[in-house]
Design a protein around this ligand. Sequence first.
Ligand SMILES: Nc1ncnc2c1ncn2[C@@H]1O[C@H](COP(=O)(O)OP(=O)(O)OP(=O)(O)O)[C@@H](O)[C@H]1O
Ligand SMILES: [Mg+2]
Length: 355
Amino acid sequence: MSITKQGILDALKQVIFFKKQNNIVDLGMVHELHVTGNQVRISVVFPELADPSVAIVVNSINKVLKTEFGNDITVDIKPMSEKELGKGPLAGVKNIIAVISGKGGVGKSTVAANLAIALSKAGKSVGILDADIMGPSVPIMLGVEGEKPGLIERDGKGIMIPLENYGIKILSIGFFVAANQALMWRGSMINNAFNQLMTDSEWGNLDYLVIDMPPGTGDIQLTLAQSYNIKGTVLVTTPQKIATADVRRAAMMYRQEKLVIPLLGIVENMSFFIPDDMPDKKYYIFGRGATDALASELDIPVLGRIPIVEKIVETGDNGRPISLDENSPVTRAFSDIASHVMKQVELLDTVNASN
Ligand SMILES: Nc1ncnc2c1ncn2[C@@H]1O[C@H](COP(=O)(O)OP(=O)(O)OP(=O)(O)O)[C@@H](O)[C@H]1O
Ligand SMILES: [Mg+2]
């Protein structure tokens, strides 16, 4: 039987890239394919090369082709990274930062939205992706509620154009799912929607893509984090011991051996309350000390502390993040957090460059 390119492609549809829950042909991962006699040369593009899934896919290609075409076939497989090709959908995105927490309601979306604004005010080009299916609140907080992203077709594929407001590119998993249906979504559906938002979208050139991750430490969080080259995570907590316990669990998940995503630091939200009529007073309503203890236990910095301020709720609901205000104490706090994040990222780049 003579071996044809089409025959090889058909066979390769049996090779699944589990992270994206589809086969490597339909995912467009087969970059080059040359067939001469019984010699086959293939280059396969992965989101990143330093990942166990690369070896699994390579083994699986060998096995499938030998089973289909016999042991005489010689297969030469070259794994490549999207970055290397300079053309992956996220090749223009320099740093992906995931905002995470172990617990809902601690202010993850508030921190993600204001961090995005603060980075943008620092002169960076920024996008934000809302991956929290249970409470996609970023579009509300950034004033694009009810709007839908644009859609264009490229190479027979639908490509989403992010919405834009305050100079920030915005996409949300909420565009795919009605609020009352979120509970019915299974993991694979969430993965698919997330992949589309990440890679079938025109993010263009960004210094930072901030992801508002779903709270918790389940499979979803793990798969999402594993599938992309995330530069680091920002942990959000509130000062209560019980909240830091949940955050510790989330931190440990992101730190486990197979994942190794650097924890950039902790943002303590709702740290203290300052009464309007007594600006010199700080009330530590939720207690003090638990966040510092966690930070030193994990050996990561506290990136900043955000007070409890009524205006955060108001501005969140009105779609105009508080960080857009000139010179409020909260604006300054978020601007410090953004500086801290940028510094941590620079540090990581220096370490990576010297390795
Ligand atoms: N520092 C703060 N001061 C006052 N209110 C705050 C503060 N931070 C957040 N909030 C309010 O608390 C509520 C929850 O915040 P947010 O939606 O950011 O949390 P979350 O962790 O993303 O929640 P979820 O788990 O539901 O996604 C919002 O109404 C928000 O405006
Ligand atoms: Mg949220």
